[in-house]
Design a protein around this ligand. Structure first.
Ligand code: DX5
Ligand code: ZN
Length: 220
């Protein structure tokens, strides 16, 4: 069970210090948005490179950008240990996943809430992680979409039936209230933005989320 806090709702004027507040994080989730794939704009590869230099915690880049085939490799070069592209924005997802792996990062593919997993089941072995969005991408602080839970279960079943070791990540509206349902359904990596950065003690929240996920998955 891994927790990867999103810095989307952190104070952008002091990101280095914001990351230093969560030493228990397994990864730092960086949301790259281009104002085209999603109606919001954050930061690009040079900013991510600076963040990678500022922390020992590995970076988990979530690229919400058009033309992922062209731009994703730059995030491996920027120092991200995991790079996630959206299948809706990739022209050749298998080639792109192979390129990310060949450059030395974990390759991950994201699906928006209404995108089914089944068309991609034959390529799961090309991936180190599948990200199932549990909100429409673009903004932090949105309400968790329970309608994604059956897809989490189906994806877990597919990964197991193909014998694929890829992690299953959920992102959007993950909190102490919702993380148990995700873990029971088979997720094992959890992005949490507002839940972590709105907590009085963000690092304690990271540990509380991980404990809640572990508890729910052991009783599932
Ligand atoms: C949304 C981003 C998320 C976001 C999650 O498009 O991909 O990573 O930061 O924020 P919360 O946890 O507040 O939903
Ligand atoms: Zn994200």
């Amino acid at each position: 069970m891994q927790i990867t806090p999103s810095i989307l709702n952190a104070d952008f004027a002091r990101l280095g210090a914001e990351i230093a507040r969560i030493p228990s994080a397994d990864w730092i989730h960086v949301d790259v948005m281009d104002n085209h794939f999603v109606p919001n704009l954050t930061f690009g590869a040079s900013m991510v490179e600076a963040l990678a230099r500022a922390t020992e915690t590995p970076l988990d880049a979530h690229l919400m950008i058009e033309d992922a085939d062209r731009h994703a490799p730059a995030y491996v070069e920027a120092g991200c240990a995991s790079v996630t592209f959206h299948v809706e924005a990739a022209k050749a997802p298998i080639r792109l996943a192979r390129e990310i792996r060949a450059k030395g990062a974990r390759a991950s593919m994201a699906l928006k809430p209404a995108t089914p997993i089944e068309p991609y089941e034959d390529m799961l072995a090309e991936l180190d992680m599948v990200l199932l969005m549990t909100v429409e991408p673009g903004f932090g602080g949105q309400r968790f979409l329970d309608l994604v839970l059956p897809k989490i279960r189906r994806t877990r079943t597919l990964l197991d039936s193909y014998g694929v070791q890829a992690w299953l990540q959920v992102d959007g509206g993950v909190s102490l209230e919702t993380i148990g349902r995700c873990a029971e359904a088979g997720a094992d990596v959890f992005v949490a933005g507002s839940a972590v950065y709105s907590a009085d003690d963000p690092d304690a929240m990271v540990n509380a989320l991980r404990d809640r996920a572990a508890e729910a998955s052991s009783t599932a």
